[in-house]
Design a protein around this ligand. Sequence first.
Ligand code: NI
Length: 176
Amino acid sequence: MNILYYPEPVLHKKALPIKDINSRAEELLEKGEIMLRLMYEAAGIGLAANQVGLLERLVVKDETGEHKGERVFINPEIISADGEILEEEGCLSLPGIYGKVPRAKKVVVVAYNLKGERLEMEAEDLLARVWQHEIDHLNGTLIIDRMSPASRLAASRRLKELEELFREGSSKVRTL
Ligand code: NI
């Protein structure tokens, strides 16, 4: 598994809900561990399954970078959102692209852990942003789909570069 980059088609597809968590726990743990390793290697704070080519509703995150606590989440869903805040955001699948993305300031998220336990979590500011970003990935939405027109315009040259590298099948994208 590797982190995939825009415009890889899987990034614009919707991931499917994971069923029978308990009987798949071992496999999901393994996938989660690989995703966490890729995320840490890329100095990211969150990664969604689409970004490694899996169309399953699996997300890893560690916004503190402390390598501890619950970090693998299954079927995450925002059940309520409040407020709005505009901040700069980036994405591991869009290297070199940053732009202002509007997000809810507070969210309540429901997800399952690897034991199949239902978790209900409140999140604010950066953590709320990470949840919204990763759940967007599971729905096939990227930050460029939500950026302000000005940010999108500023990113347009870099997007063209990424499109060209993808067409060439180049691995240079990693060093952008
Ligand atoms: Ni991302």
